[in-house]
Ligand binder design. Structure first.
Ligand code: SF4
Ligand code: SF4
Length: 440
C-alpha cells in the first residue's frame, strides 16, 4: 500500500511532534505522531493501521492508479448518482429590493404557468428512472414563498410518483425569510421540506440597508422573528454576504441571533460568503450557493476570520471535501419558470447557455459549450493535490472573469494560503484537539 497522492501534510507549531494529514478526496483528517507517519512513508504500517487508513483514503493500492481514478471521478459520480437534483425558478417576483440584486432586467411578475408545470412533472417522470432514490428540488425565485401554491401543486403530483418508484422527495427552499411562518413550514413539511436557506447580511443596520422590503421597510427583525419561530420545525441554513468592509460583523451577528433563540443547535449550517462582483446584469446573488470567486487577497484573512467566528460560537461550517460543479453532474439541472433548462442556477437568463427545455429535453451539445472536464486537459490540474476539492473550480466565475468558461477557475493560491489554518480550525472545533493528541 502507498500513501495517496491526494493528501495535504501539515506540520504546525501548535502540534509539535505530530503531522496533520488531510485527504482531499475523502475529506478525512487525522493527526499522526511523526514516527508513525515516517513508518507509513516507508511502507511499514501494521495490518490494523492499513485497514483503517485505507478506509478513509490515506493508503491506496497504487498512487498512479489512484490518480487515474480521480481523473475519472466524475464518471463514477454520474454512474452511481442516486439523486435527481433540480433547481426550480418558479417565478421572478420578489418582495425585497436588495441593493446588490442583479436580477434587474429579469425581475417582475413572470412565473411558471400551468402548462409548463404539467410538462415539468412529465420531464421529471422521464428522468427519475431505475436507480434513482431521491428527487431533490431546490426552490428559488424571486422569492419562492410567493409561489407556494405552485410548489405544493408540483409536490402533490411528484411525491406519489417518486415514492411509487421507491424514492423520496426532498425540498430545499432558498428564501429571503420574510414569509416563513410556522404555518407555511408545517404545510411544506407534509410535502418533503428538508430545510430553508435564508440570508442575513450582517448586523441589522447593514442588513436593512442592503436587503430592505420593496416598500423600503426594514427586514432584519421580521426575518429573525420568523427564523426563531420555525427553527424547531425545519432545518435552518444561514447564509450571508460579506465584503471587505463588513466581514467583521458576522461574529456579532451570530451573538445577536443566539440571543434571539437561534442557538447553534437550532441552525444546521452557517455558510457566509463574499458578495460576488459579477460583470453582467442578469445574476442574483443568492444563486451562488456555496460557490464563490476566491482569489482576492483580502478574502484569505476575511474567510478565515469568519470561519473562526462561526466555529468559535459553536455553529457548523460547511465541510471541506469534494464538491463537483453541477455543470459536470449529469442528473442536475436548473429549470427556469418558462421551462428552459440550464446547468446551474447562476446561468438563468443567459440564453446562450440554455441547454434545452422540458419539452424537447437536453441538448447534449452543452458538453462542448460548457467545456465539460476541461480540468482533465490542464497539466497543472493533473498534478494538483487539490483536484478533488476543486475540479477546475466554478465555471460561472471563470465566465465572469474571461467572458467564457473554457479555462479553470484555479483555487490553488487561495488553498495554499488558507487550507492549513482551516484544517487546524477543524481539528480544534470539530474534532476536539485532545481526541487526537498523543504525547510525543
Ligand atoms: S458553475 Fe458550478 S461551481 Fe459555479 S455556481 Fe454553478 S454549480 Fe457552482
Ligand atoms: S484549477 Fe487550480 S486548484 Fe483546481 S485542480 Fe487545477 S491547479 Fe488545482
Amino acid at each position: 500500500m502507498q500513501l495517496t497522492p491526494y493528501q495535504v501534510v501539515c506540520r504546525h507549531r501548535t502540534i509539535p511532534g505530530q503531522v496533520l494529514l488531510f485527504a482531499t478526496k475523502t475529506g478525512a483528517l487525522i493527526l499522526l505522531a511523526e514516527e508513525d507517519f515516517a513508518a507509513l512513508e516507508k511502507g511499514q504500517a501494521v495490518d490494523e493501521e492499513i485497514e483503517q487508513l485505507s478506509e478513509i483514503g490515506f493508503l491506496v493500492a497504487d498512487a498512479d492508479t489512484e490518480q487515474r481514478q480521480v481523473m475519472h471521478y466524475m464518471d463514477d459520480i454520474n454512474r452511481l448518482n442516486p439523486n435527481l437534483t433540480l433547481a426550480l425558478v418558479l417565478g421572478m417576483e420578489c418582495n425585497f429590493a436588495c441593493r446588490y440584486c442583479f436580477e434587474g432586467s429579469q425581475k417582475g411578475g413572470k412565473a411558471m404557468d400551468d402548462a409548463t408545470a404539467d410538462q415539468l412533472v412529465t420531464f421529471i417522470k422521464q428522468r427519475f428512472g431505475p436507480g434513482k432514490k431521491k428527487l431533490l428540488l431546490q426552490i428559488y425565485g424571486g422569492e419562492p414563498l410567493l409561489y407556494r401554491k405552485r410548489l405544493i401543486s408540483l409536490a402533490r403530483q411528484l411525491k406519489p410518483i417518486v415514492e411509487a418508484r421507491g424514492g423520496e422527495l426532498k425540498i430545499d427552499l432558498v428564501s429571503n425569510g420574510s414569509l416563513l411562518t410556522a404555518q407555511v413550514v408545517e404545510e411544506l413539511n407534509a410535502w418533503g421540506l428538508d430545510g430553508v436557506k435564508v440570508t442575513l447580511d450582517g448586523l441589522p443596520d447593514n442588513h436593512n440597508h442592503f436587503r430592505p422590503f420593496k416598500s423600503g421597510r426594514e427586514s432584519f427583525a421580521v426575518i429573525v422573528r420568523n427564523l426563531a419561530n420555525v427553527c424547531g420545525l425545519t432545518k435552518i441554513r444561514l447564509g450571508g454576504n460579506y465584503t471587505n468592509e463588513t466581514y467583521t460583523q458576522f461574529g456579532p451577528l451570530l451573538d445577536h441571533l443566539s440571543e434571539q433563540g437561534l442557538t447553534p443547535d437550532k441552525v444546521e449550517l452557517v455558510n457566509f460568503n463574499i458578495v460576488l462582483k459579477v460583470n453582467d446584469k442578469l445574476t442574483a446573488n443568492e444563486y451562488h450557493g456555496g460557490c464563490a470567486t476566491i482569489n482576492e487577497p483580502w478574502l484569505r484573512e476575511a474567510s478565515l476570520h469568519v470561519r473562526e467566528e462561526v466555529y468559535r460560537r459553536g455553529y457548523t461550517v460547511p465541510e471541506l471535501g469534494p464538491q463537483p460543479c453541477a455543470v459536470e453532474v449529469d442528473d442536475a439541472f436548473t429549470v427556469h419558470y418558462d421551462g428552459s433548462l440550464y446547468k446551474c442556477v447562476t446561468w438563468v437568463g443567459h440564453r446562450q447557455f440554455r441547454i434545452g427545455d422540458i419539452w424537447q429535453g437536453v441538448d447534449e451539445k452543452y458538453r462542448q459549450t460548457h467545456h465539460l472536464l476541461h480540468w482533465q486537459k490542464e497539466g497543472k490540474c493533473q498534478a494538483c493535490v487539490y483536484l478533488p476539492l476543486c475540479f477546475g473550480g466554478c465555471r460561472f466565475m471563470a465566465y465572469q472573469r474571461d467572458g467564457h468558461m473554457g479555462k479553470v477557475d484555479c483555487r490553488k493560491s487561495f488553498l495554499d494560503a488558507t487550507l492549513e489554518a482551516m484544517l487546524l480550525q477543524d481539528l480544534r472545533y470539530k474534532y476536539g484537539y485532545e481526541l487526537f493528541y498523543r504525547e510525543p
